[in-house]
Write a protein of this length. Structure first.
Length: 349
């Protein structure tokens, strides 16, 4: 097993590199650099071509800085883990090609990593005792997944979004309210001043199954915005009502999965898991049922540390990529089993 893994993440609009050092069981984060591309705030969303060009110019310096933070030279690196997908294909290509060039030139091991598996491993960077089985709720700008995780590398899909991801819904509603990008932090900040009783929005699919849908909720907010006689005054109340609706759906389904599996741990991951309101609501709903494992915001946002950690696990299993590794915008989650009901008598942990 490699003792030093360099991670590279360029799936969207963060250019990131990280260094993990340690033994097989307990790798430690030695260096992490995340460079966010603020230019996209001007456009209210990520412009793929701009993202790719920014990664291209920034990545070498970001990698050098991460190694410097770790106090290591390039010669100390044993393997490189890079986000292969999903994401913006142009942005992914920058990271994949750069990682392949480094690995080839230095005769280092190379492993392509699924971005969402990285989010799943993120809490393990700060909680080395975290082990399956557990239920995982992964919520980001492009994905909303509820997983039964009986073991690392084995994932049973319980439910996913039928339309918009939760993070995308936050971004679109923030735009409706005239807020900045990304939308989640802006809505959470504004919602703290909102009256939860002023508006009430629907909870789509909350009371059935494990799948999600947020498109109708966005439409409800659109109608409320158009009907508002004083949007400036209503803005915090609309933000609070929308946030409450999304989090209610997410946590209700998470609790349902925890009760069905009997697991004693629930993992939150993805950019939306940066929300303190989400983690606090989950902790309240699952009190006495399961502990909630969630990484700090820096490790829940897109970052190379989680990619390095997922890569570390794959490399420990003897897995590696060859020189045909390529970016894949719709990369399927490895080890994903077909959607089905949770096992009724799963062991508790």
């Amino acid at each position: 097993m490699a003792e030093v893994v360099l991670g590279i993440e360029t799936s969207c609009d963060e250019t990131s590199a990280a260094v993990l050092v340690g033994d097989r069981r307990r790798p430690e984060l030695a260096g992490l650099v995340i460079l966010s591309q603020d230019v996209h705030k001007v456009f209210g969303g990520v412009v793929p071509e701009l993202a790719s060009r920014a990664h291209l110019s920034a990545l070498p310096a970001v990698v050098e800085r991460a190694l410097a933070e770790a106090g290591l030279a390039w010669s100390a690196v044993d393997a490189i883990a890079v986000t292969q997908g999903p994401g913006l294909v142009g942005a992914l290509l920058v990271g994949v090609v750069y990682a392949k060039a480094l690995a080839y030139a230095g005769d280092r091991a190379l492993i392509g990593v699924h971005h969402m598996e990285g989010h799943l491993f993120a809490p393990a960077l700060e909680d080395p005792e975290l082990e399956p089985p557990f239920v995982a709720l992964l919520v980001s700008g492009g994905h909303t997944l509820l997983l039964d995780v009986p073991a690392w590398g084995r994932y049973r899909l319980l439910g996913a979004t039928r339309d918009d991801a939760a993070g995308e819904a936050f971004d679109k509603v923030a735009a409706l309210l005239g807020l900045g990008y990304p939308g989640g932090p802006e809505i959470e900040r504004l919602a703290t001043a909102g009256d939860p009783t002023r508006f009430t929005f629907p909870r789509p699919m909350r009371d059935a199954g494990y799948e999600f849908s947020f498109s109708g909720l966005k439409t409800a907010v659109l109608h409320a915005v158009r009907a508002s006689a004083d949007l400036a005054a209503d803005r915090p109340h609309l933000a609070r009502a929308f946030q409450d609706a999304v989090l209610d759906v997410l946590v209700t389904k998470l609790e349902r999965a925890v009760r069905a599996t009997g697991y004693r741990t629930a993992v939150l991951g993805g950019g939306v898991a940066c929300s303190r309101a989400l983690s606090e609501l989950a902790a309240r709903h699952l009190a006495g049922l399961a502990r909630v494992a969630v990484a700090s915001p820096r490790l829940n946002a897109d970052n190379a540390a989680m990619i390095a950690r997922a890569g570390w696990h794959r490399l420990a299993l003897g897995e590696a990529s060859d020189w045909t590794l390529d970016a894949q915008a719709d990369l399927p989650l490895p080890g994903l089993e077909p959607a089905s009901a949770p096992a009724p008598h799963a062991p508790r942990r």
